[in-house]
Design a binder for this molecule. Sequence first.
Ligand SMILES: Cc1cc2nc3c(=O)[nH]c(=O)nc-3n(C[C@H](O)[C@H](O)[C@H](O)COP(=O)(O)OP(=O)(O)OC[C@H]3O[C@@H](n4cnc5c(N)ncnc54)[C@H](O)[C@@H]3O)c2cc1C
Length: 454
Amino acid sequence: MAFRDKHLIIGAGPVGLAMAKAMKQHGLPYDHVDAGPGLGGNWRHGLYENVHIVSSKRSTAFADFPMPAHYPDFPSAAQLLAYLESYARVHGLDAAIEPGRTVSAVRPLVDDTWNVVLDDDEHRHYKGVIVCNGHHRDPRMPTYPGQESAPLIHANDYRAPSELQDKRILVIGGGNSACDIASEAARVGASSDMSLRSGYWFLPKTFLGRPLTDLPIWNLPVFVQRLVLRGVIQLVIGDYRAYGLQRPRQKLFERHPTFGTEVLGYMAQGRIKPRPDIECFDGRTVRFRDGSTGEYDLVVAATGYHNSFPFLPAGMIDVKNDAVQVYGSAFPPDVKNLYIVGSNQPRNGFGNIVTPAVALFARLIRMQDEIEHPIGAVLQWQGDPLPETNLMDPGAAKREIWLSNRMLWVLRQQSRRLARERRWLGPPAQFIEDDASPAELPDAVPAKRETAAA
Ligand SMILES: Cc1cc2nc3c(=O)[nH]c(=O)nc-3n(C[C@H](O)[C@H](O)[C@H](O)COP(=O)(O)OP(=O)(O)OC[C@H]3O[C@@H](n4cnc5c(N)ncnc54)[C@H](O)[C@@H]3O)c2cc1C
């Protein structure tokens, strides 16, 4: 089959795999590439060696493929990878994956098909592109005066406790990676400090012997979730100030919560010292905002990641406050046959929400063939909102998916009304580049939109 009759899925992490399975189930032909050495995404090649999921195996497993019964509640990265490998094997997805292939450029052509450049040299001409490149890939580095002289790395570069052995460690941030690395440093380092700019919501991983993410609260309205979890925090943790921490100023879930109380235990033992925000670096010396200083052999910035799409033309997909500006969690309004999947971060594990979401997306991708405008343009025109945050409330998302599945006929009608109101003229000219000329592509491409429509 010609490339031109297929979609290309970029990324074979959990989201790309689930998307591939949904495409297969809906009879939509696709190719699948990943820059890494094999399938599994972060769980094969992106994370430090001792990482375990903080969401439970039940909330992280794909909704239609439970994790093995012998797995612990919080499996390791190696177990997650084995699980993803068996998911791919059972559903016949693995043979289609081309590992070690980096998508370096993706450009629309006049007829809404796509020119894809692999590894800077191979051009392919696809019907569409489904981007599943992950949201924990492009490190966000903080900036401080003097940091050029500091022994500073990003958590993305940290791999193993041996890197912390006998060193004075400062970890910047209070998220899940920060807590893992600071706890590891408390065990093997000479000292472990954590610089926290503001208060964080630390949640216990378990409550009454069950993983917190398995409590039957996550589908309830967010104010109920907050109420219950504040009660749990009071019972299990108490006042954060007792550990030398600030009280969070934001509401719970306005930032991704931190699961686990290990760092709090180490703080109570004096093995992790909380520090305020950093003012500046001077070599190995760090000056904090309260005027205190500390000497460190290694500073690890666990300061998060950008959502980014370096292979797409600049300006094609906006990202505001980390929220990718697409409609319906996947659909850009200005270009057709491009889908951005998995840029949001669910509060608990990925699987519960990814499974129904990609099934809906596959239905919509199929429907795109019947619709003149991009699906994103129809959603925009009918007044759907753009996201304000990349944090996803799983309960609300599941309700939206349920409703959307039953309202596809409305979308089809809206698309007809939109088509009557204005013609779809193809992708904006500034995104169509000269290098996407027909001569360079394996399958012939119309040179003009009129030809494409003929
Ligand atoms: C420390 C840490 C702990 C985490 N813990 C949890 C947890 O407990 N529960 C949970 O649900 N999630 C957790 N996550 C989030 C994790 O990212 C998701 O579980 C999951 O891996 C996201 O899947 P994905 O397919 O979107 O992205 P990824 O797993 O990142 O996969 C994306 C893939 O796309 C490929 N790719 C990117 N760009 C290109 C390109 N240009 N060309 C070709 N291929 C490309 C990459 O090589 C990668 O393999 C954690 C993340 C981190 C960093």
